[in-house]
Design a protein around this ligand. Structure first.
Ligand code: AMP
Length: 269
């Protein structure tokens, strides 16, 4: 495994290799990231993982500072997974003066996380855009855990680049809540709370599958979740293809965002 601390150095290496799979991350590597890496290793000749905690996608400085960082542990895990290249881009690699343009996301996307985290997806796209412009890779692996992000990046890439997006299923803790780097900020006893919230969502989903009119009960479900002592940011049903709120029994997904112990979690089922 070769570690690069700048995009320029990495590029010299990748120049003559085709079929490179790229897994961009913010580090604190867990099995969710691991599944993307394994998929890339399966279908690509070489796998590149980047680790960059992007300040511009946090709309709260405290959240950025508290975001878990475990570089040594990450390197150990990535080595074990037999990743070929790891990139720790420099801040200037991503936010160089010339490319310091703000990328706007279409108004239609100002829903869900975009509504509650102004500037978040613009920050995500700025980094992804730089990677796409500067690094030679053919496939990019993204998790469904960040479903809206997956949709926004897919639309962005499709219009401008020939890179193929590979969407990867959400990896869950014992078939319950989605694994997340932020889980590392919790103690073991807290996990049962995340599990309970997931079970409420799961049962809501099953009822909706049987009878979609159950959607009118969404405020009851919200209250149930609030009673768990979490701060609910949103709980919404949306079309899984378009993210439109006009959805039906066969195409809906449930999207949730909440704060527990001041830590923000998202999931979709
Ligand atoms: P992050 O480091 O949180 O920015 O995530 C990097 C990539 O891993 C993104 O494409 C995420 O959607 C994906 N990812 C994070 N958690 C999971 C998970 N539990 N299952 C599948 N993919 C995930």
């Amino acid at each position: 495994m070769i570690i690069f601390k700048s995009i320029n150095k990495l590029n010299k290496y990748l120049e003559n290799i085709d079929n490179i799979g790229f897994v961009p991350t913010m580090g604190s590597i867990h099995s969710g990231h691991g599944s993307l890496i394994k998929k890339s290793k399966k279908i690509c000749k070489k796998t590149l993982v980047s680790i960059f905690v992007n300040p511009k996608q946090f709309n709260n400085k405290k959240d950025f500072i508290n975001y878990p960082r475990n570089i040594k542990k990450d390197i150990r895990i990535l080595r074990k997974l037999k990743v070929d290249y790891v990139l720790f881009p420099k801040y200037s690699d991503v936010y160089g003066a010339k490319e310091n343009k703000l990328i706007k996301i279409p108004k239609i996307n100002k829903i869900l996380c975009a509504k509650y985290r102004p500037g978040h997806f613009e920050g995500v796209l700025r980094v992804i855009n730089q990677y796409l412009i500067k690094i030679n890779f053919q496939k990019i692996f993204l998790g469904e855990k960040d479903y809206q992000q997956l949709k926004i990046i897919s639309n962005f890439v499709r219009k401008r680049f020939s890179v193929k997006i590979v969407a990867c299923k959400t990896i869950r803790h014992e078939n319950t809540f989605a694994l997340s780097s932020r889980n590392q900020l919790l103690i073991k006893e807290d996990l049962y709370k995340l599990r309970e919230i997931f079970l409420i969502l799961k049962s809501f989903k099953l009822r909706l599958k049987k009878n979609f009119k159950y959607k009118y009960k969404i405020s009851d479900v919200k209250n149930l979740i609030r009673k768990m002592g979490v701060k609910l940011e949103y709980l919404e049903l949306r079309d899984k293809h378009t993210l439109s709120k006009y959805c039906n029994k066969s195409n809906f997904k449930i999207f949730i965002s909440y704060y527990y112990k001041k830590i923000r979690f998202i999931d979709n089922i």
